[in-house]
Design a protein around this ligand. Structure first.
Ligand SMILES: Cc1ncc(C[n+]2csc(CCOP(=O)(O)OP(=O)(O)O)c2C)c(N)n1
Length: 804
């Protein structure tokens, strides 16, 4: 079998490799067919498969080298098999939601099937050598969400090639020779972030090879409703690179069943991307979807008979087989024989994966039945217990929840009986709940030695002659030290480079550290964050700037769906320690004064949210975060850059701990809990309150996620027995969150002598002008009156109302 096929221009493939490719495509198709059957028979909940897309993925795999990265979606099973990073057994384990990282290393059963990932991290959370892995960033379901991080996965190669100071980070890159392979469905090109990402990749000249799998539909909706002229290739023409330039993309269109053309195209596109850092887009047309979109619907409802007929004729595996026979590479008889063997092999693997998934659950069921048996002799409820047992045993494919609800039924039945054997059942239940919670819920945050919560606190040091400088200069000094200390720190965003950001936190740093360390980006919040995610996944330490908190909304979806879940959904297999720097709370008008934090904290669990009250606090947070591998958002105070602060002597190393509030004024009558810009206004109000005999304790929360992990607020409440939560968010927003944290989680309700209160902004956005601000957000007078009212209720004689 050393014969080669010369039809391929760039490369001649040995016949054995072609046969191997055929067999892999065939096995992948079998996996799809069997997968669907498993869902239909109730063994798996949902199935989405890569049938019809096998051949281009086999071609792509030939160009995919160790160190390269994939950012793709749920159609890519054949690629994952072909690059050797997912086995058929793992594919089925994921279909069955096998919650075990050894059986299902992509997501440990957390993501639905066909959500692929490789493990970038050792079990202790430290990086593996990524240049030895054919890497796949962990998939996600929202269409198009693989695009933003593709920007950063590709751009990291530019940085690793161009920046001298990164050259010894050989664990992450071999001089930037890595290609980022993206895949996306045709219909998803209608998403905004597709275009934003393409534009950013082109501007950054990132070595990306993006494949568009075009089967002409997005579920049931054909291309004519997805894109102008129903042709993405035509729309992309403006991105096309002119010969001998480096501006733009190389564009290819290739038929999804044409093996030689596919192989040639992928090898060429990847070679150019790797060597010259010129990106390309490969529009793969004439693809099919033999089983329809997913297991939730049937394509006969929306595809015509003609279309279905066409799809059958153009099926890539069928065509590949015909080509192999025509080329004299193999015969129908030989291929039939191989197919038979491969069919059996896939089924055997499937069965082993099913047994591996189900047997431990069956074993647990047996244990519980034994425990019920040991209760029965001492119980008067034997009939009831027998029935519970038989019901549990009758379930063909039991789930753990079936076992736990049977235990609950047993415990209810025997609740009034004094049976010693009950305690064993209760013990079993508790242990099972713990084990399973662990299977499902670990790794929301880093569990490594670099976890943000483990960074030791180093207090700022001030000398008598420490200079008093503007807030932005504090940040300047902090970032200067960070860039000098760690070559992996890269900052970027709108106006970050030349201008040093609109508030000058990076002033002068581009000149000092160069255009790649501190750079300008286009106005593209979603892909600024995506860029950071991709870079962080490749070992860099991005500080991505979102100019104003109000515009974080543009990026919130990707922070929520991707960044916040990377570590959790990969069950600790991947991390993206991104720092998002932004500014908010109070300046002018509807879109530059926002404090939309309830929305943020709701959506980004998995990312820390820090709200420093001044720039020294912010600098301390940056110093903490840059030592940690947790992602975080830091919201600086918009009107703080021109306020003066003392510059700590140890600006380069002092840290502010995450999750620990600070008491910024001591008092005995009431605790005021706030953060950010409102700290200053609250302090002003407390000075007035002091004049009328009310001493407030003010707690600056500093960190919304995580929230007061040591109970600082509770300690204050124990002293004052009264509490007011105040901020600039909407009513029922972050104040409600803080209240729940303190009253419910910390059991603060127990210490209350007065009704707990909140004070927030008006429910609308802040109006323009100083009076607009005054009447939109909590002001000194309002804070004064709210606190005074609480004290009036306590002691009307001491605190009579004098202002109404
Ligand atoms: C943001 C978002 N909107 C809608 C969906 C539901 N959805 C899942 S797949 C899909 C169609 C995608 O079509 P296409 O991009 O052509 O990829 P294909 O599935 O055909 O490979 C839709 C609408 C989703 N997952 N995410």
């Amino acid at each position: 079998m050393t014969k080669t096929v010369e039809k391929l221009k760039e490369v001649s493939l040995p016949v054995s490799e072609i046969i191997q490719d055929y067999r892999l495509a065939f096995k992948s198709r079998r996996a799809s067919l069997i997968g669907r059957r498993e869902v239909m028979s109730g063994k798996a909940k949902f199935g989405i498969f890569g049938d019809g897309k096998e051949l281009p993925q086999i071609a792509m795999a030939k160009a995919f080298k160790p160190g390269d990265f994939r950012s793709g979606y749920y159609r890519d099973q054949t690629l994952m098999f072909a690059i050797g990073e997912t086995t058929l057994a793992q594919f089925f384990a994921q279909l069955y939601a096998h919650a075990d990282v050894d059986a299902e290393p992509a997501t440990a059963g957390r993501a639905m099937n066909a959500h692929f990932a490789t493990r970038s991290l050792h079990p202790d959370g430290t990086w593996k050598n990524l240049t030895e892995i054919r890497n796949s960033s962990v998939d996600l379901s929202p269409t198009g969400s693989q695009m933003p991080r593709l920007v950063g996965l590709g751009y990291a190669s530019v940085l690793y090639r161009e920046l001298e100071e990164l050259q010894n980070l050989r664990q992450f890159s071999n001089r930037g020779n890595e290609v980022a392979f993206g895949t996306v469905g045709n219909a998803t090109t209608a998403e905004g972030m597709f275009w934003e990402a393409i534009n950013a990749i082109g501007v950054l000249k990132a070595p990306v090879v993006l494949s568009i799998w075009d089967d002409e539909y997005g579920i049931s909706v054909p291309n004519q409703y997805q894109m102008v002229k129903a042709d993405i290739s035509e729309l992309l023409q403006g991105f096309k690179r002119e010969p001998d330039t480096r501006e733009g993309f190389d564009l290819y269109q290739v038929r999804g069943w044409d093996y030689p053309a596919l192989v040639e195209t992928y090898l060429k596109a990847a070679r150019i991307a790797r060597e010259d850092h010129v990106p390309s887009i490969i529009h793969v047309v004439e693809l099919t979807q033999p089983q329809g979109h997913s297991t939730s619907g049937s394509q006969e409802r929306y595809k015509s008979k003609d279309r279905l007929q066409w799809e059958e004729e153009h099926d890539c595996i069928r065509r590949f087989r015909r080509w192999i026979v025509e080329q004299g590479i193999s015969t129908d008889e030989e291929l039939d024989e191989m197919e038979q063997a491969d069919r059996e092999e896939v089924e055997e693997i499937r069965k082993a994966a099913w047994d591996a998934y189900l047997n431990p659950i069956r074993q647990e069921r047996r244990e519980v039945v034994d425990l019920i048996n040991s209760i029965m002799p001492s119980s008067a409820k034997t009939d009831e217990l027998s029935e519970i047992k038989s019901r549990l045993m009758a379930i063909q494919n039991p789930l753990r929840r079936d076992i736990l609800s049977s235990i609950r039924d047993v415990l209810i039945a025997v609740r009034n009986e004094d049976i010693p054997a009950k305690s064993e059942l209760i013990g079993w239940k508790r242990e099972s709940e713990n084990i399973n919670q662990e299977k499902i819920s670990t790794h929301l945050h880093s569990q490594s030695e670099e976890a943000a919560l483990k960074v030791p606190e180093i207090k700022p040091k001030f000398a008598e002659n420490s200079p008093t400088v503007y807030g932005f200069e504090v940040l300047n000094a902090c970032f200067d030290a960070a860039f000098g200390r760690d070559p992996r720190v890269i900052a970027f965003g709108e106006d970050v480079g030349r201008l040093g950001d609109v508030n000058q936190g990076f002033k002068g740093l581009q000149e000092k550290y160069g255009k790649l360390r501190v750079s300008d980006t286009g106005i593209r919040e979603c892909t600024i964050v995506g860029q950071a995610i991709g870079m962080a996944m490749r070992g860099l330490r991005p500080i991505a700037e979102i100019q104003y908190l109000d515009y974080l909304l543009y990026a919130l979806q990707i922070i929520s769906d991707d960044l916040a879940t990377v570590h959790w959904r990969s069950a600790g297999g991947q991390k993206a320690p991104v720092i998002i720097r932004t500014r908010g709370h109070r300046l002018e008008g509807i879109w530059h004064s926002g404090s939309l934090l309830a929305g943020v904290i709701d959506f980004v669990r998995g990312v820390y949210v820090l709200v420093p009250r001044n720039m020294t606090q912010a600098a301390g947070f940056y110093n903490t975060l840059l030592q940690s591998d947790d992602p975080a958002i830091v919201v600086e105070v918009l009107n703080g850059y021109r306020l003066r602060e003392k510059l700590p002597e140890n600006i380069h190393e002092f840290t502010v701990p995450i999750g620990i509030p600070e008491v910024i004024r001591e008092g005995t009558d009431i605790t005021l809990v706030t953060y950010g810009a409102l700290c200053r206004i609250t302090m002003e109000a407390t000075n007035l309150l002091s004049k009328v005999g009310i001493e407030c304790e003010v707690v600056d929360v500093r960190s919304l996620l995580p929230f007061d992990i040591t109970g600082v607020i509770l300690e204050s409440l124990k002293k004052t027995n009264r509490i007011l939560f105040l901020d600039e968010d909407v009513p029922g927003g972050t104040t409600a969150y803080m209240m729940q944290e303190v009253l419910e989680k910390q059991s603060g309700y127990y210490w209350l002598d007065s009704e707990p209160r909140t004070l927030a902004s008006r429910p609308h956005r802040p109006a323009y002008g100083s009076d607009g601000d005054y009447f939109s957000k909590p002001n000194v007078e309002q804070i004064f009156e709210t606190v005074y009212e609480i004290m009036n209720e306590v002691d009307p004689e001491a605190y009579p109302i004098f202002y109404n």
